[in-house]
Design a protein around this ligand. Sequence first.
Ligand code: FAD
Length: 305
Amino acid sequence: MHDVIIIGAGPAGLAAAFWCDELGLDTLVLEQNEHVGGQLLSIYGPVNDYPGVPANNGREFLERFSESVNKADFDLWTNVEIESVDLKAKRVALRSGEELHSISLIIATGVRRRQLGIPGEAEFLGRGIIESATRDRNEFAGMDVCVIGGGEAAAENALLLAEVCPTVTLVHRSKTLKARPDFVQQLQGQHCITIFPESAVTRILGSDKVEAVEILRKDALQPFQMAVRGVVIRIGVEPNNELFREQLTLDDAGYAIVTSQHEASVANVFAIGDVSSPLAPTISGASGAGATAAKVIAARLNKRT
Ligand SMILES: Cc1cc2nc3c(=O)[nH]c(=O)nc-3n(C[C@H](O)[C@H](O)[C@H](O)COP(=O)(O)OP(=O)(O)OC[C@H]3O[C@@H](n4cnc5c(N)ncnc54)[C@H](O)[C@@H]3O)c2cc1C
């Protein structure tokens, strides 16, 4: 029986584990991936907004974050496949058949990129689907590309690609872009960027690599094809809530609803970081939530606070 089981070892889960150890709690962290860090592993640009820890990218940030976390004494299991969780009973069943028990549970499963679910999306992963313009734009220099999405991340990727690509086609569903005004202004000022509002990419085409996208404009009867060599998909994120969505109160978008102490709708179950923060998904928010949840749990268990 552990005091706390933490599911997810991104910044939220790691910060919570660090604090749980500080407060003398017997803690086990379960991470599905081989490596800890969560989304930090896909940040290829600078992290400037975690006060006191500037870093050139997410991995560098993680290294510095881990300097503290690694000093803490908690159990960390990676490559773990969780079969199911009973939140009321605080029981975690692993695919290996093992059952784990705790007094409190912390859910720190974060978010993942939303997928389009169109033909070609999975097929051309790593073969023309661009993971990150910050990291990969030189590989696509001189090529025509398409960016799908109308928010901040799509705009940022389009602007980065416009530095090296002859044409960038930005396709999004709404009438107006949702990105912040200075990004929109920059997009409109770039003559190599063409924006298709109220439109959708319906297929990604090619033989070995991406060669074209099929675009359907609102009110058009037929889609048309546009030759491109690279595609960036940035249509938002969704919470990793499969393990608990039948057991917790969620908002309309599937994020866990929590109290100011980060407790979810089942007693002694806490949801921290991006999985419960649709409005402010940040590293600092995730770590702060980890500290709060750990302190509340320790206080309830009458441990040192
Ligand atoms: C490109 C990019 C740039 C960003 N830049 C910044 C920035 O500059 N500043 C900033 O503050 N924030 C930035 N962010 C956001 C920041 O990375 C997130 O807010 C933060 O990582 C959230 O931490 P988290 O621990 O809640 O979730 P995550 O980082 O998503 O970690 C969740 C972890 O849970 C694990 N997990 C999920 N499901 C399970 C399961 N069933 N079983 C076990 N483990 C599971 C995942 O594998 C993952 O390791 C950026 C994000 C991206 C993608």
